[in-house]
Design a protein around this ligand. Sequence first.
Ligand code: ZN
Length: 330
Amino acid sequence: MKSILHAAVLVAAMFLPAALTNWAFAQVAPGFSNSKIVLYEKEKGDRGYWRTGLASDSKQISPERMALRERMMKRRVLEQYAEFLSPLRLPYTLLMIASDCSGSEWDSPYYDPDNHLINMCYSFIAEAEKSADLLVQLQNTQKLWTPVSRDQLFAGLFASVLLHETGHAIFDLLNVPVFGREEDAADFMAAFIPLQFGTETARTVIKGFAYYWAYSAAQGQDPKLGTPRVNPNSPEPQCRLSFCSFSDEHGSASQRMYNVICLAYGGDPVTFKDFVDAGWLPQQRAQDCTREYQLLSAAFNKTVLPFIDQEQMKKVRARTWFTAEETKEK
Ligand SMILES: [Zn+2]
């Protein structure tokens, strides 16, 4: 199972029923269907937004999470994401759900290769909403980077998480060979795809992703940008030290932030120039980002592009995916 963060709840998928049968094709807008991308209903009519966690005996979600679920349903986030992915020609069905995952305080969204399923966990989204509120407050008191609105931050983060998990799904379902850490490659997919969809979409996703990691770093998981995460409670004594924390399959918060900004700047130096000017990305890294982007673009063109329906892609490109509020810069 491949998650965007540490895999604290990976056992969760074991509770999925052995035979997935309640498939509900995404209720998509006309012209945006893809029969291989399916919202998986646990209960008839839930549209893939489960009222429970994954365990068969899991309780109904709390009123707060129910309200969050309703906001997601109203915004049609899963349906719209299925529409966004409609040009992808997959050999197998990809399932998507939102659920309470393990029912814990906090779970990371993930892709489950055994069930070909992407799961967005409500607890992660609830925390992300809080992070967005705090970051915007912080912005009011300190001059931070480039300005960002609360809606832009949250929408960008939400999309980048789905794109990261889709990266894992694409590598798995299309059997794409990956050199290096798959977690890095999934981050690169999360940044590369929105760069193909115009300035507003690209900036919203990149900012949401980058701010999230900058914020994680500032929250003590990664006390200074550039310092590895330290875990004083690790069961392995040697991993209570910072050196060992680099052993994780994910990059540190700071590396994930810099990688994504570098890719964005390398792909579109005009649109992302302000990130370099504001010091988000050091000049020393920035000067080689075009080459980093070109390397990734060549890999994408060779391995994934043959599985994209170009006619459908034109329709997806012509559509606006974020609301006006979600692309507002401040
Ligand atoms: Zn991941």
